[in-house]
Design a binder for this molecule. Sequence first.
Ligand code: BTN
Length: 260
Amino acid sequence: MNIALLNTELVKDKYLNEIIYFEELDSTNSYAKKNNLGSDTLLITSNQLRGTGRFNRQWKTTPSKDLTFSLIKNIDIRIDEVHLVNFYSSYILLISLKEYLSSFNIQDISLKWPNDIIFNGRKIAGILLDVKDLKNDLKKFIIGIGLNVNSKEFPEDLKPKATSIINEIKSELNIEMILIIFIKNFFEKLYLIKSKDELMKNWLMHTKIVGKKINFRKIEDDKEQPATVINIDPDGGLKVKFEDDRIKKYYSGEISLLYN
Ligand code: BTN
């Protein structure tokens, strides 16, 4: 990892206060939760040993090939709007990837509710959001991002669902450049968190799930239920219609796509 380049591009009078780098680390999100890191810190490792994903799943990466980092950012936001940071972060990651990949004429890169990035029907990135100081106006967000960039091999069970940028475009990419573009966009467009209508409108423009058949899984149980996505409301809630015609709105959970 070229930390010198990241420091030159991103730190001091620019975007970040500090970059903390570990060659190896259990999990950037766990480390950030245990240690008191200041706002505008980027915590990054080349080899994340026990990465965690949503639903307490494992998040596996190939050392030095993929991006695993957590951005620590204090944001003044109401408790009922905390989930907007998920939409914001995934939207910024998506536009940053499109910007970086613009010369490749990429069509099929999109967002999946609530915060995954999908490339040709399979997942390339996920976000794990942890929040500290929930009772304060100023909340500390730990935005953990895993992006499969140059990994070529995936475990058998993940192959139908996961991919990497290199597997889709057949070119090795510079992970530092992707990170630099992401951090710049993240700090330059922060106003969107306060303009939630504009944020959700932008997010919706980059998703393909509306009107599609999905399997929906609630956070609290293991069951998947087939449904159709009716919409994503301006407050971020996912409105689905189940097969028995019940319409429900969810703020958390997971969907898997039944289309490509
Ligand atoms: C998901 O389940 O889709 C979210 C995956 C988030 C993985 C990232 S990698 C960096 C950060 N540290 C972790 O342990 N998890 C997140």
